[in-house]
Design a protein around this ligand. Structure first.
Ligand code: HEC
Length: 118
C-alpha cells in the first residue's frame, strides 16, 4: 500500500467511525421533555380533567384510538404504512393496559418518540 493510500485510510476510517457513532446516537436517543424536572404532578383537578376531555373531543383522538364496535379510546386501529402496520394504542386511564400510570413526562415523550417501556 502506498503512503498516500495509508494516509487516506488513516482519515477515512476514523471519520467513518465517528459518523457511524454519531448517527447511531442520533437515531436512538430519547427526546427530552420540558416536564422532566417538574416532579410528580399529583391528582389533576376536576377542571383540568374536564379541559382534557374537551381537548380530546376537539382534536378527535377517538377517531384513531378506537375501532368500530370497540370501547372508546381502547385502540386497535390498524394504520398501514410503507414500513409496515402501526396500531393505535389504548389511551384510556387504565393503569395496566392504558396510559393511566404514565407520568406527565412519559405522556409528553409519546408524541416525540416511541412509547416508554415499549
Ligand atoms: C391519525 C390517527 C391518530 C390520532 C387522530 C391520534 N392518535 Fe394517538 N396514536 C396513533 C397511533 C397510530 C399511535 C401508536 C404510535 C406508535 O406505536 O408509535 C398513537 C399513540 C398515542 C399515544 C402513545 C400511547 C402509548 O401506548 O404509549 C398517546 C398518549 C396518544 N397517541 C394520544 C393521542 C391523543 C391525546 C390524541 C388526540 C389529541 C391522539 N393520540 C390522536 C394515532 C392517532
Amino acid at each position: 500500500m502506498t503512503n498516500r493510500l495509508k494516509k487516506i485510510f488513516a482519515v477515512v476510517i476514523p471519520a467513518s467511525a465517528v459518523l457511524a457513532a454519531g448517527t447511531a446516537w442520533f437515531v436512538t436517543r430519547l427526546p427530552a421533555s420540558s416536564f422532566e424536572k417538574t416532579g410528580s404532578q399529583g391528582e389533576p383537578s376536576a377542571q383540568l380533567v374536564a379541559r382534557g376531555e374537551y381537548v380530546s373531543r376537539l382534536t378527535d383522538c377517538v377517531a384513531c384510538h378506537s375501532v368500530p364496535g370497540g370501547a372508546a379510546y381502547t385502540g386497535g386501529l390498524k394504520m398501514v404504512t410503507p414500513m409496515g402496520a402501526i396500531f393505535a394504542t389504548n389511551i384510556t386511564p387504565d393503569r395496566e393496559t392504558g396510559i393511566g400510570a404514565y407520568t406527565l413526562t412519559d405522556f409528553d415523550k409519546t408524541g416525540k418518540a416511541r412509547s416508554p417501556g415499549r
